[in-house]
Design a protein around this ligand. Structure first.
Ligand code: CMP
Length: 156
């Protein structure tokens, strides 16, 4: 199924100069970029974004971390994009993440883990609506989808 996933480069990724490296990995995988911006995250957005972590002891520290600098917010599209992107990103704890994944290659920490990726199609929709206006998401024909996928996969 064609899906969208929301990816954030967190403040540690921005400070460490890894924005280009992270974007390059999604590009060369064959995913399609449909939205991209630099923005700051408000308390209100973070309360909703991390609602499932509200009772966790690290919640306030997590919010402070996510507000240290602006972040890069993106929407990537592709077949089964949610699971595919989570594989590229790797496990939450950087030092346990598989080598070859973004966290496996660049992160050591469980909290400063460089990047966020939606964990379900439902959360991707919620996150997209929290950060992007409709006009900031772009529908366009990819010039390489015909090479990245088979005709059958594209339903053509
Ligand atoms: P992510 O999985 O993208 O979303 C939840 C975030 O909470 C996670 O990345 C980390 O940045 C952070 N996090 C998860 N577990 C811990 C923890 N035990 N201590 C501090 N931060 C955490």
């Amino acid at each position: 199924m064609m899906q969208q996933s929301v990816v954030l480069v967190k403040p540690d990724g921005l400070q460490r100069g890894l924005i280009g490296e992270i974007i390059a990995r999604f590009e060369r995988k064959g995913l399609k970029l449909v939205a991209l911006k630099m923005t700051t995250l408000s308390h209100d957005v973070l309360d909703q974004w991390y609602a499932h972590h509200k009772e966790k002891p690290f919640f306030s520290g997590l919010k402070a971390f996510m507000m240290q600098t602006p972040i890069i917010a993106m929407v990537w599209e592709g077949l089964d994009a949610v699971d595919t992107i989570r594989k590229l990103v790797g496990l939450t704890k950087g030092r346990e993440a598989e080598a070859g994944s973004i966290r496996g290659d660049f992160a050591m920490s469980q909290s400063n883990n460089l990047i966020h990726a939606s964990d379900s199609v439902e959360n991707a929709k919620k996150e997209r609506n929290l950060l992007f206006a409709q006009g900031e998401i772009f529908a366009y024909e990819s010039g390489v989808d015909c090479l990245v996928y088979s005709k059958e996969e594209l339903g053509k």
